[in-house]
Design a protein around this ligand. Structure first.
Ligand code: DAH
Length: 359
């Protein structure tokens, strides 16, 4: 019989040197497989004399178990090593400080637009929109502001370029949201109840004026809508917006697109240099309004014999300053991150009438 010690030595060395599990399997087949070296030797036992067979059989079994055990041990060792390697590679230092996630904020103007929109939506006003580059017709003519009307100068209009030989009046950056009244009535006819929030532009710049600012236009047209409805609507609005009962004062005024026209003040007081809305006997002008002029209805295709109603225009930036105590209008549009973080609002915290409007 072959030298079993030499066989043992060979297989144990091969097992120790195997590079991977596939190599181990090859060794197993070569030794213990059906046609493996050890298996064949076991088969040869049958031809031996009983005593020799018993001795050889026992030694072969011992060798077989030894190789088998060595294979298993090596295989387990490989799995452990693989796991160790994986653990080392996928190691994660959970004590590292997290990467800061910068969170943006909602600009006070957007916040106040949402607040105002929520209040008027609750009163049945839909949102209407119009372009910021507006035609001369919608911005002026249709609103009863004739070409020679002084209001055109007062509006400090930005004009778009036109070819020198183009006889048509140039488009303008809309000077107010009032042209959306015309567009909305043309599109929907009467009755109608809309608000139109948006950007407007005038050539003006100081502590309380910016060349771009924001307005919300309101329009309600029906069979018998009156100034009384306007007053109720505005008082309701301001009380909801400032979350305290706010009285209004109507002062006779003039706008080409309303007759009669009124400027509206809200009740306020100054206490130790601090403005309080809705108390005291001071007044603060906040908007222009009136009954929509018959000519304006007609130019929007609404029959003034059948329909009437009110309109108003509010400066949003002013409202934001008043409600949230922001002193300088220009800072609104300077994109200073410190300012935005200080005065901004949490994203996703959307104002609603039922969820609360103030932050
Ligand atoms: N469009 C006016 C402005 O920008 C504001 C205004 C006044 C709007 C009276 C109206 C209104 O709808 O009825 O100064």
């Amino acid at each position: 019989m072959v030298d079993l010690d030499a066989l043992r030595g060979k297989y144990l060395a091969n097992i120790a040197a195997a590079a991977d599990e596939a190599a181990l399997e090859e060794i197993r087949l070569a030794a213990l497989g059906k046609k493996g070296e050890i298996s064949l030797m076991m088969r040869e036992l049958g031809g031996m004399a009983p005593e020799a067979r018993q001795a050889a059989g026992a030694r072969l079994n011992v060798l077989k178990d030894e190789i088998d055990a060595a294979l298993r041990a090596r295989k387990a060792g490989m799995a452990d090593a693989a796991l160790d390697a994986r653990l080392a590679a996928e190691w994660l230092d959970v004590t590292l400080p997290g990467r800061p996630r910068r969170v943006g904020s909602i600009h006070p103007v957007s916040q106040v637009m949402d607040e105002v929109t929520a209040i008027f939506a609750d009163m049945g006003f839909a949102v209407a929109e119009g372009p910021q580059v507006e035609s001369d017709f919608f911005n002026f003519d249709a609103l009863n502001i004739a070409p020679e009307h002084p209001a055109r100068q007062e509006h400090d209009t930005f004009f778009m370029a036109r070819a020198a030989d183009d006889p048509r009046p140039p488009h303008v950056l809309r000077t107010h949201t009032s042209p959306v009244q015309i567009r909305a009535m043309q599109a929907q006819g009467a009755p109608i109840r809309v608000i139109a929030p948006g950007r407007v532009y005038r050539m003006d710049m100081d502590q309380t004026h910016a060349p771009m600012f924001h307005q919300i236009e309101g329009l309600a047209i029906g069979r018998d809508i009156s100034m009384a409805n306007l007053k109720w609507t505005l008082e309701e609005f301001f009380s909801a917006f400032f979350e305290t009962k706010v009285r209004t004062r109507f002062r006779a005024s003039h706008f080409p697109f309303t007759e009669p026209s009124a400027e509206v003040d809200i009740q306020c007081s100054w206490v130790n240099g601090q403005l309080r809305i809705g108390e005291g006997d001071g007044w603060l002008e906040v908007l222009g309004s009136g009954m929509v002029h018959p000519k304006v209805l007609a130019s929007a295709g609404v029959d003034p014999e059948q329909w009437q109603g009110f309109a108003f225009g509010i400066g949003i930036d002013r409202l934001a300053m008043l409600k949230y105590g922001i002193p300088d209008l220009r800072a609104f549009f300077e994109s200073d991150l410190r300012w935005l973080r200080h005065y901004g609002f949490a994203a996703g915290d959307v104002p609603t009438v039922h969820g609360g409007l103030s932050r």
